[in-house]
Design a protein around this ligand. Sequence first.
Ligand SMILES: Nc1ncnc2c1ncn2[C@@H]1O[C@H](COP(=O)(O)OP(=O)(O)OP(=O)(O)O)[C@@H](O)[C@H]1O
Length: 603
Amino acid sequence: MSLWQIIRRLLPFVRPYRSLVISTLLLTLVGSLAAQVNPFVLRYTVDTVQGLLNRGQGLAEGWHMLLWVSGLLLGKELINTGITFGQKYYGEKIRISVSGALAEAAVTKILGYELGFFSEGGNQTGKLQTRIDRGVESLMKLVQNFFIDILPLFANAIVALVVMFFANKWVGMVALAVLPVYFWLSYRQADRLNGTRRNLRSLREEKNHGLISIIDSIVVIKSFVREAYEGDKQLAVQDRLEEAQLSTRRTNFRYDGLKTFVEQIGVVAIIVLTAYLVLDGQISIGAIMFHILLFNNVSAPIRQLHRIYDEMNEALTYAEGFFAILDADDQTERPGPLRPAHLYGRFELRHVDFTYPSGTAALHDVSMTIEAGKTTALVGLSGAGKSTIINLLCEFYRPNGGTVLLDGQPLSEYDTHALRQQIGLVLQKNHIFKGTIEENIRYGNFAATQAEIEAAARQAYLHDQILDLPRGYQSDAQQLSGGQQQRIAIARLFLKNPPIIFLDEPTASLDAIATEQIKNSLDAIKQGRTVVIISHSLAQIVDSDCIYVMKKGEMVESGTHLQLYEKRGTYREIFDASARSLNIEKLAKTMADDGDEVLDTAL
Ligand SMILES: Nc1ncnc2c1ncn2[C@@H]1O[C@H](COP(=O)(O)OP(=O)(O)OP(=O)(O)O)[C@@H](O)[C@H]1O
């Protein structure tokens, strides 16, 4: 990304603050004019003192001149202090406001992207966060550089150069001659650093991602005693990062030395030339001081040039990654026009093919009908594609081939928000937000009253357990057990009360008693709604109105439990394996024996 492109991208974010920008620019202009006062005053002072000395006069004649010169310099400095404060303050105000607007734009964009966006390599949690943080930070450095450094310094330099030319064209030309060499060196330096910066960026992202994944998987790491292995992995990234950082510094120091040398050549040349012109009688002695001070005004920004260039290059590198987040428009959810107030929930999949953005082919030529108001079960071995079907029905992803219809209309024609408002989703592992139990249940319906929240918790068989906690509904929800967290997700579903319900292993983390309780609650809520349930526990699905059996991304059988059982196909295989794993024979015998005992006692 070029600097010009970045400036164009930043313009819409800066535009709302245009009056601040104009004020800063005006202050900059006044500041750069004020900065030239010192050389003029010094030339005047030196020449007047020289004149007094030549005439054999002393302090008695010169004191009033010294008085007004001091007054003038101090007065100018006072004004300058005000100007610098205004300039820095307004510059900072622009920087802070624009940084807020950029971060907000990134968050809004991210919330609108399809799920596929988050599974891409550079968009995993830690990496995305680094890209946003670094991007905003370096873009802000660019804005700050522009208003606080580049603009005042370069305005100063240009005014000083013009004054030098007007005072003496030869001295002006010497000052000007140094600039291209300096710019060329800075350009070369920037060029050399560009590749290293990109490398640094990806290493920083990798390091952040690694740290986050360590925290996420700390229990597994500890249980397998893999601390040393994980530590070594992080250390290797750290080593590469250090090497890249050192190489950047090496290049910087090399070029900085060269640039300081070129600047000094300029200073020496001006001293020699002005001294020659004084000796030749072309200029007054005060002009030596005058030109050296002016050249200082020209070389001050040059001294800063490498830092500005450096930060600018950093901004260029990180801005690319940041704007890529804002520009992933092809991954934005595209809501359709249909916003029905009520959905019946009849889904029809016709020859659906789907491959995840990562390249995993998950569904091939799947056709099925999910009847409205009925319970449909999806059965199959792990990785068969059951959850993928729910992902498509929620429009988290769009099929690559075939069509999905809802109530007779293509699913893509529906407004995604309107669609999801009417879908309740309970997953195997449900996200619990940082916050209280009450806040987490309320997520299902922000308008719910406390009584409604408690009713939902009761339906999810969670209310009594919550009351046993020291802080009741105000307890930290993330401290709850896996099973309790799953019940929070179920309570959220009851509170949302949607006409369409998708349950993906809803009782996976529950104990046997809780499973039975939740099954009863779910059976009650199922009435009159469209329900799709995925479960490896056949007890959860035998009552379903229709069962679809999935195998390696294909739908291979369908029917009711009895029909599929009789068919002696994949369903029967899964059923028999489930029965064996449950040790049904032994359980049945125990129950039968217990029945005899009961019978004996009764007799
Ligand atoms: N977000 C994803 N990105 C890439 N591939 C995925 C993603 N989710 C699932 N897959 C792949 O798609 C295939 C189908 O997965 P899916 O989760 O639909 O299976 P499933 O039948 O629900 O399995 P399980 O019973 O284990 O939950 C698998 O090969 C899986 O690796």
